[in-house]
Structure formats: C-alpha cells, structure tokens
Design a protein around this ligand. Sequence first.
Ligand code: MG
Length: 334
Amino acid sequence: MSDVITLAHGSGGRKTSELIAELFKKNLGNEYFTADDAAVMPKPEGRIAMSTDGFIVSPWEFNGGNIGKLSICGTVNDLACMGAKPLYLTCSYIVEEGFPVEDLEKIAQAMGETCRKAGVKIVAGDTKVAGKGQVDKVFITTAGVGVIADGVNLSGANAKPGDKIIVTGDVGRHGTCILLARDEYGIEADVKSDCAPLWDAVEAVLAVCPEMHVIRDATRGGVGTVLYEICDQSGVGIDISSEAVPVAPEVRGVTGMLGLEPLYLACEGTMVMFCPAEYADKVVEALKQTEHAKGAAVIGEVTAENKGRVVMTTSIGGKTYLPQPGNELLPRIC
Ligand code: MG
C-alpha cells in the first residue's frame, strides 16, 4: 500500500478494497462487517436508541487520544446517556488527499481498541477521499444503535426539585488539553483529555438507581452548558457549590492563567447525572468502582426556585449566577 492516501483510495476500485482489507478490516473487523451493501444483525429486544455525530477535532491527535477514539466515545456516550447499551456503530471517513496511511491506521487502531472496551461493534463503514484543501486531514462521522432496558426512562426533561446533581469526574480536561495542543498560548502543562467510553459507568449507576432522571455527557460547552440545558428542558432551577466541582490542579492552573471557567470547557468522558436525593450516595459509590469515574462527586441540587438559572455558591459563601453559556471558545474541539 502507498504511504499516503490518494484520490484512488476513495474511487471504489482496487485501492479502496486494499484500504478496507488492510487497514479497516484488520482493526475493526467482526462477524457483521461484510463486503455487502448493508450490515445484517439480529433484532435486539426492547426499545432502541440511535445517535449520530461528526468529529472534526484539530489537532487530530492529542494527549489521551485521537479523533478515532473520540469518534467512538462520542456516540457510545450519547447512547449511554439514554440508558442504552451500545451495540452497533457505523463510521464514515472523509480523508484529505495526502494524509499519511500510517496515521489513518493509528486512528483505526484506536477505534478498534475503544470499540472492544465499550463492547460495541462497527458493522458498516464508508471512506471518501477529498482533494487537497477540501477538508483538513480527516473527518469522521459515527452513528450508533443501542438497546434500552425495560423501566429505564432518561431525559433532560426529567429533573425534579430535590434531585442531586453528580458529575462523574473532574471537569474541563478535554477542552484544556486541545487548547494546549494548539500551542497558541505558550503554556507548558501536562493535561490529558478525559476521552473515554462510559457505558460501564452508566450500567453500574442504573443497577443501583434504575429511576435515574437525567444523564448527559458534558461535551462541547462543558458542564455549565449542560446545567443550563437541563434547567430549560425541565423548567427548574439549579444550585451548585463551586467548591464541590472537581477540577484537576493542572486544569485549574491553565484556566486560572487564561481566565477561563472550567465548567465551560469540554469533557469527552465526563457525564452529569440527576438522581432522586436518596440514591445520590449509592450512585457516587457505584461510579467510583468504574474505571473512568473514580472522581465522581455531588456538585449541587435541583430547586423549584430560580427557574432557568444556575446559582453557584462560591468558596466564601456568596451566591452568584453561573454566567449563561457564551461564545464558543475553541473551534473544532470534537
Ligand atoms: Mg451528548
């Protein structure tokens, strides 16, 4: 195989078959991934959830992952937020002519590894090659199907006054990591993206609290945006304690220097959960037993007052409104 992706790799001819066999099948293959026009799978029992997302992160490789890992985590986590066990994914690549084959293989490897971790299978895929300059290196779109257990009913509209609000780990890592990777600020800090598939964490939570009200992954826009979204969707207010929000020291350092609010920086392996108060301790305990949610913490609660607003109690005991989500700080973060 050649060293770089050429237009011929996307032509549907011999070079395309070569790419599929040597790169994609090798890393992503499974019994449902065939040469036919569509994948055929057994019908799962119960309700299904479906989701799709495009990934255009720049740079495509970062501390803690790459666009391949991100593209699996993003869709797996969106399904998990609905309480759906992720089963099948499709993936569609748009690759810029001249992109190194070796790098595309790295991306496919990361996807395969993440799929195995998340217990999900890529059953169909597509590759298009765009001319030089038409896309920036590589864009990936994934779509996924998952199955929802009976009795599980999650929605952003389900938050109730009295609910406790839990984050599954420290916030703002992915956004800070990408910001540093762009190297525009001359700051040296070792910040690793939180990028991770979280179905196992959600599964553990639903086992101890099947009546969980809301789960949402705090991707673009971070935890702050999720809190405002849930306020709106559920018609409630939210009270959080700024001291209770877990932030890694290295993230605190960078955001402090740049004057950024970690609650508004993207996460790619951190969720916000709303549960009836009596389950909060059990949920945090269950989360802490899982690989990617060891830093789980209660950060606040839902109120009947202040509808549509997020009130933050500061470390010195004052109360302030968390600013409304503002302008996108970082383009092409996920
Ligand atoms: Mg989401």
